[in-house]
Design a binder for this molecule. Structure first.
Ligand code: TYM
Length: 330
């Protein structure tokens, strides 16, 4: 089985990214041939500073290695090092409906947030590039958080349409969304997913937050009226804390709700803070070591890109042939 997934090198990585995706990437190394890509081309679809992008790219690489990605057991690479991603994106544009892209939630959300800034055509085509990432490697499975469901569905539709139009060439992928922790919510606004772009900084726990900051954020997390610890729709704050703890302890939120029944909100917060600090502290410590050596990070990415290119070129040869493009090769 081949596994593929991607992560943006934008801003700082948060607990949602870590639980919803990075953790499953680490586990994926034991399940099949895993390819993981830091998608810097996607990051160019909104305003950015080139020097920051390069810095964030190394930050993200170091976080992924600190989390447990092992370059001997997976292929970790930078998207812009493999030119075939852009090339396949263009070719897939002709089997993607304009209306389909118009319906993408993330495009709607992100373009609404741009306010006066330019809403680029790149932002509109973002999901096609994402489909290209996946289909280029003929991935069977794509581990992602719940917010990527619609993008993966689109990648499936594009692959199916390509195969119908040009003959069986691409593999139709399926998503792997974790049962627990697929949608970690903001601690201050538990009706919104945790993200780097939410207005209140204290709602987001960053992977590199110091223990003190983590404890403070969890202690000030919004709770709900009432005092009973339970998993319920009208208790989004408490349900989110239970979900975070359950994902880390590999339990279900319902199990934890039972364990905590009769206790106070404050007790739950102390336990969750403790669990998150113990979970992230070793990652932060390894990160600080790894981040110092940019040459090593660069070398990991380049070796990864060399491996990825072999697969990418093979797929592109098949795609050209199927589409009647390029020099005919025997
Ligand atoms: P990105 O960089 O926004 O997020 C990386 C991963 O983190 C997951 N995630 C979350 N999971 C749980 N709770 C949250 N609050 C939360 N926020 C983010 C995301 O679902 C994602 O799995 N478009 C992708 C990057 C991408 C990609 C791909 C993914 C580009 N090409 C090909 C898979 C396959 C993205 O923006 O991820």
């Amino acid at each position: 089985m081949r596994i593929f997934s991607g992560i943006q090198p934008t801003g700082r990585k948060h607990l949602g990214n870590y639980i919803g995706a990075i953790q499953t990437w680490v586990d994926g190394q034991a399940l099949g041939e895993a390819l993981y890509c830091i998608v810097d081309l996607h990051a160019t679809t909104v305003a950015y500073e080139p020097a920051d992008l390069r810095r964030y790219l190394y930050d993200t690489t170091a976080i992924l290695l600190a989390a447990g990605l092992d370059p001997e057991r997976c292929t970790l690479f930078r998207q812009s090092d493999v030119a075939e991603h852009s090339e396949l994106c263009w070719l897939l544009c002709s089997v993607t409906a304009h209306g389909e892209l118009n319906r993408m939630h993330q495009f709607k959300d992100k373009s609404a947030k741009q306010k006066d800034a330019l809403v680029s055509a790149g932002l509109f085509l973002y999901p096609v590039l994402q489909a290209a990432d996946i289909l280029l490697y003929k991935a069977d499975e794509v581990p992602v958080g719940d917010d990527q469901r619609q993008h993966i569905e689109l990648a499936r539709n594009i692959a199916e349409r390509f195969n119908e139009r040009f003959g069986p060439t691409l593999v139709v992928p399926r998503h792997r969304i974790p049962q627990v922790g697929a949608r970690i919510m903001d601690l201050q606004s538990p009706d919104q997913k945790m993200s780097t772009t939410n207005p209140v900084e204290t709602g987001t726990i960053y992977v590199l937050d110091e223990p003190k900051a983590i404890i403070k954020k969890i202690k000030s997390a919004v709770t709900d009226s009432g005092s009973e610890i339970a998993l319920a729709e009208d208790k989004p704050g408490i349900s989110n804390l239970l979900e975070i703890m359950a994902a880390i302890q590999k339990k279900t939120a319902a199990q934890l709700a039972q364990e905590f029944s009769g206790q106070r909100y404050g007790d739950l917060k102390v336990a969750v803070a403790d669990t998150v600090v113990n979970y992230l502290t070793p990652v932060r410590e390894r990160y600080l070591e790894l981040r110092k050596d940019e040459q090593r990070l660069e070398s990991v990415l380049q070796k990864g890109a060399s491996k990825a290119r072999v697969i990418a070129r093979q797929t592109m040869t098949e795609v050209w042939r199927a589409m009647g493009l390029g020099t005919v090769r025997s």
